[in-house]
Design a protein around this ligand. Structure first.
Ligand SMILES: Cc1cc2nc3c(=O)[nH]c(=O)nc-3n(C[C@H](O)[C@H](O)[C@H](O)COP(=O)(O)OP(=O)(O)OC[C@H]3O[C@@H](n4cnc5c(N)ncnc54)[C@H](O)[C@@H]3O)c2cc1C
Length: 356
């Protein structure tokens, strides 16, 4: 069965993990083809029909208000099955959260329900706001902002309907605006980027050439220091997808070398348990160094486990149709996905210490 197969199951909005499990089984055999040929909106729409676009949204807006532990299990299953489709879906989720928390009531009323049901899907283009210098400038104009600059990364171009753009005002404030994902004279996408991983995600760069966004479309304007602090704390924790890829590779490894798999499984489930406990049981601003060290440990263990699977398979693991090399490349991608300066430093420190 490939990812193009008909679904043949009823959407089970009440059980997202079961829904994700069914989708994962359907998607995994076609994951290499998805990377090669591109993620399809029809597949994302199946995620939406199963309620997976509203996991982080409030019930009163059509979301499922799912506990974070459930969201993590869903993300792990999807990332392990088909990293490309997972990644396009993943970009939608922070927008649901940000919009649900927005003080812009009219914008929330306009989009939140459609985002939670997934009839409208979004991407994001704001990681450049983390850079120490301004990459995309937001200049105040009457009734809105004018955005100018080159965005390095925007995943899901042509697959989503909206994109959350980030920009920095001259006083350092961070402006997030939700606009149609439609090319125009002031919003110019590059060709899809040729990538070592996630090549099917329709990831582009964007040239913003004086794009005017109305205040009506602005999700938030936050002072730069608060934004950076919140972003750094949120990204100190391990992303579930890191574990999803590692778990998938570990399952493969078991069939080739049970002894190695047993050793790595112990380490994986230990760091996973610690990572989720740190995220759940410690307040966001507490134990940040420990969280970062744990994220680095998980990232590098993911590289190790996917390498072990590849080594255990031998040469045919390098065939593009084989998952071993794809998971190894995806584990490398996770090293830089949602990478903040602190995550970068923690990853390199762990490598320097030789503890990887
Ligand atoms: C395939 C792919 C798809 C992506 N899709 C999206 C998307 O859809 N939307 C989106 O917003 N982002 C996206 N990203 C960006 C991604 O989430 C990360 O933010 C990005 O990869 C980090 O690398 P960078 O080169 O962009 O950032 P960099 O500019 O290198 O910065 C990364 C972090 O490290 C710090 N840093 C950089 N250099 C140094 C240094 N020398 N010393 C100390 N600190 C330093 C920076 O301050 C920053 O915090 C995508 C990335 C990839 C690879």
């Amino acid at each position: 069965m490939t990812e193009t197969a008909p679904v043949g199951y009823p959407p089970r909005r009440s059980d997202p993990v079961a829904t994700a499990g069914v989708l994962a089984e359907q998607l995994a055999p076609g994951a290499a083809a998805t990377e090669r040929d591109g993620v399809r909106r029809a597949v994302l729409d199946r995620f939406a029909a199963g309620g997976l676009h509203g996991l982080l949204g409030p019930a009163e807006a059509g979301g499922t208000g799912t506990p974070v532990s459930t969201y993590r299990e869903v993300a792990e299953l999807l990332a392990g099955a088909d990293g490309n489709t997972w990644f396009v879906w993943f970009q939608h989720n922070p927008v649901v959260k940000l919009l649900a928390a927005s003080a812009n009531d009219a914008l929330r009323d306009r989009w939140l329900r459609a985002l939670c049901t997934g009839t409208t899907q979004t991407g994001v283009a704001y990681s450049h706001v983390r850079a120490p210098r301004t990459v995309v400038r937001a200049d105040r104009i009457p009734g809105g902002w004018r955005l100018t600059g080159d965005v390095a990364w925007c995943t899901g171009w042509g697959l989503a309907d909206l994109v959350l753009l980030g920009a920095t005002a001259d006083d350092g404030r961070v402006v997030l605006a939700l606009v149609p994902m439609v090319a125009g004279p002031a919003l110019v996408p590059s060709a899809p980027l040729a990538l070592a991983a996630m090549g099917g995600t329709s990831t582009v760069g964007l040239r913003l050439d004086g794009l005017d966004v109305a205040d009506d479309d602005v999700v938030s304007v936050t002072d730069g220091e608060s934004w950076a602090a919140g972003d750094a704390l949120a990204n100190a924790n391990v992303q579930p997808s890191t574990f999803g890829v590692a778990r998938a590779a570990l399952a493969g490894l078991r069939g080739h070398d049970g002894e190695t798999a047993a050793v790595l499984a112990e380490r994986l489930y230990d760091v996973r348990d610690r990572a989720y406990r740190l995220a759940d049981e410690r307040p966001p601003a507490d134990d940040v160094e420990e969280k970062l060290a744990t994220r680095a440990e998980a990232l590098l263990l993911g590289v190790e486990i996917t390498s072990a699977f590849l080594a255990s398979v031998g040469g045919r693991g390098m065939d593009l149709a084989h998952p071993a090399q794809r998971w190894a490349r995806e584990a490398q991608f996770h090293l830089i996905q949602a990478q903040t300066g602190a995550v970068r430093a923690a990853t390199l420190a762990r490598i320097r210490a030789g503890a990887a």
